[in-house]
Design a protein around this ligand. Structure first.
Ligand SMILES: Nc1ncnc2c1ncn2[C@@H]1O[C@H](COP(=O)(O)OP(=O)(O)O)[C@@H](O)[C@H]1O
Ligand SMILES: [Mg+2]
Length: 239
């Protein structure tokens, strides 16, 4: 799915000024982008506007040419449910449902119902064969996040929004999760990921660094070393 933002901005009510300012961004099919920037720079607000969750106060967001924020609330909700998926740091799984049931519920909400066998196959694709009956509290953090990714991908979304997907994971399970997102991107699903970790961001095709609501730097074919250098230089500038 092609996602385009044009002059996108957000000023919260009772705020001093805009927290996102005039962002132009084009995310082609199958792109894998990482969004970085210090706390408060506007990353979550930007992701929320792109995902159809936070209403912009300026500019537009479009999915394959459809102006997301010009739609009625119910049409926008439906487009979000069928074309997008989200992955969060804390997994957002329902604790009382099994892994397979979590995936089937997500797919049903996205209007792509799955059989139990299909849910098991989705788990197998993220390396969790045979764990469909386990509840989240019987799984490790890395396994839970893989269930969340299986759930996100089960509805064949055009774009996945991931806010700190490895934030609660150790390095090794984080790397597995990131490889799954990279694989989804190679298969044509666009991925937009917020992260603080240069090693994680290095898996993306491009890194965007946000500062005070504007994209201050873009780094193509990033390496962890170049990202660290860039973000460290910015920190130094502020000091
Ligand atoms: N709902 C809200 N109402 C008012 N201000 C908000 C709201 N959400 C975020 N902000 C403010 O907007 C700025 C950017 O926040 P955010 O987008 O969460 O940044 P980041 O994700 O980069 O930490 C911060 O100053 C934050 O306090
Ligand atoms: Mg945030």
């Amino acid at each position: 799915m092609r996602l385009v933002a044009h002059r996108l901005g957000k000023t919260y009510r009772q705020a001093d000024g805009p927290v996102v300012r005039g962002i132009d961004l084009e995310v082609p099919d199958g792109a894998f982008l990482a969004l970085m920037g210090r706390s408060g720079s506007g990353k979550s607000t930007l992701l929320g506007m792109l995902a159809g969750i936070v209403r912009p106060t300026a500019g537009t967001v479009s999915y394959d040419g459809v102006d997301l924020w010009a739609l009625t609330d119910s049409r926008r909700s439906r487009l979000r449910a069928t074309r997008t998926a989200t992955v969060f740091q804390d997994y957002n799984l329902l604790e009382e449902l099994s892994a397979a049931e979590n995936i089937r519920l997500g797919a049903r909400l996205a209007r792509r119902p799955l059989t139990r066998e299909e849910a098991d196959a989705a788990l197998e694709r993220v390396g969790l064969a045979g764990l469909g009956s386990k509840r989240p509290d019987e799984l490790s953090g890395g396994q839970r996040q893989r269930v969340a990714i299986a759930r996100a991908l089960a509805s064949s979304p055009g774009v996945v929004f991931a806010d700190e997907p490895t934030g609660a994971l150790d390095e090794r399970s984080g790397a597995v999760v990131i490889e799954l997102l990279a694989r989804a991107a190679r298969a044509g699903t666009s991925v937009l990921m917020v992260t603080h970790d240069p090693a994680v961001a290095a898996a993306a095709q491009e890194v965007l660094v946000l500062r005070d609501g504007v994209i201050e730097e873009r780094l193509s074919r990033p390496t962890a070393a170049r990202i660290s250098h860039l973000t460290a230089a910015r920190e130094g500038e502020r000091a």
